[in-house]
Design a binder for this molecule. Structure first.
Ligand code: FES
Length: 257
C-alpha cells in the first residue's frame, strides 16, 4: 500500500508563510503533504505543541522562519533554533527518529525554496516510512517516552534556561564574565538529561510502585543514579514510599494539587 507522509508545518508569517503563498500564486508544484499553521514568528513555536503533534501521529513537523538577521522580532528565529536543538536531542532518547523534525530558514521571496524543502522532507519521510505513532496501534513504549519529553519541555525552569542560552554565552554579565557556549551546553544537557530521566521514573511509578532495582533495570541506569533521582523527587514531594517488598522500598508517584 502506498504511503503519503503527513507533515505539519509551523511557518512564520513574515517569511516562510509568504514564501508558501508565493509558491501557490506562482503555481510552483510541490507535494500536497503539508498542512500549514501560520505563526507570527518561528520563535513562538512551543516545544510542547511540537511533541503533541508528533504524538498524535504526524509523520513529520517542519518549522520554518526568516533567515538569521531577518527576523521581524530580532532574535525569534535564533531562539527557535535553540529550542529545536534541545527538542531533537530529547526526541533522540525516545526511539523516535529526530529527523522527523526539521527547522528551515526560508525568505519571503523563496517560493521555489519552500517547494524544494517540502519536496525533500516528503522524500525523506517516505523513505523513513510511517511514524511509529501513526494509526490505531501507536508504539506504546515510544509514546510513553515521548510524553516524558513533553513533561520535560513543559518545565518552567528549563524554558527559562534555554531562553537564556544566547544571553549568557554571547554577552558579558555585570562582572564582565561570559560563560563559554560549550560549558553552558554541557550544563544544560546535564540538566535536560536528569529532568527527562526523572519524568520517565515518575511515569513508571505512577503506573506501578517500583523498587530502585526495577527502575534501574527498566531504564538501564545505574542503581546509584536512580537512587539520586528518587532522592531529588522525594525532596520535591513527587514520589513517596508505597510499601516494602522484602527489604526494598517500592516508590509511587504522589498526586500533585
Ligand atoms: Fe520570521 Fe521571526 S518573524 S522568524
Amino acid at each position: 500500500m502506498s504511503y503519503e507522509p503527513r507533515i505539519v508545518g509551523f511557518l512564520c508569517n513574515w517569511c516562510a508563510y509568504s514564501a508558501a503563498d508565493l509558491a501557490g500564486m506562482s503555481r510552483i508544484s510541490y507535494p500536497s503533504t503539508i498542512r500549514i499553521v501560520r505563526l507570527m514568528c518561528s520563535g513562538r513555536v512551543d516545544p510542547v505543541i511540537v511533541v503533541d503533534t508528533l504524538a498524535k501521529g504526524a509523520d513529520g513537523v517542519l518549522i520554518a522562519g526568516c533567515r538569521p538577521g531577518d527576523c521581524h522580532y530580532l532574535e525569534g528565529n535564533l531562539n527557535a533554533e535553540v529550542k529545536i536543538k534541545m527538542l531533537k536531542r530529547l526526541i533522540a532518547k525516545t526511539g523516535f527518529n529526530p529527523d522527523r523534525l526539521r527547522l528551515e530558514w526560508i525568505p519571503a521571496s523563496g517560493g521555489n525554496l519552500f517547494a524544494e524543502v517540502v519536496t525533500n522532507f516528503t522524500n525523506q519521510l517516505s523513505s523513513l516510512g510511517p511514524s511509529p505513532l501513526a494509526g490505531d496501534n501507536p508504539d506504546q513504549s515510544i509514546l510513553e517516552r515521548l510524553m516524558a519529553v513533553r513533561d520535560t519541555v513543559a518545565d518552567v525552569r528549563l524554558r527559562e534556561l534555554v531562553g537564556k542560552e544566547r544571553q549568557v554565552t554571547e554577552k558579558e554579565n555585570m562582572y564582565g564574565e561570559r560563560i563559554l557556549a560549550e560549558e553552558f551546553e554541557r550544563r544544560l544537557n546535564g540538566y535536560i538529561d536528569d529532568e527527562f530521566e526523572r519524568h520517565i521514573i515518575l511515569r513508571l511509578v505512577k503506573d506501578q510502585p517500583s523498587s530502585i532495582k526495577d527502575l534501574s533495570e527498566r531504564l538501564k541506569l545505574s542503581p546509584d543514579k536512580v537512587l539520586r533521582h528518587i532522592s531529588v523527587m522525594r525532596r520535591k514531594n513527587l514520589v513517596a514510599v508505597n510499601s516494602i517488598e522484602g527489604r526494598s522500598p517500592l516508590y509511587t508517584a504522589l498526586e500533585v494539587g
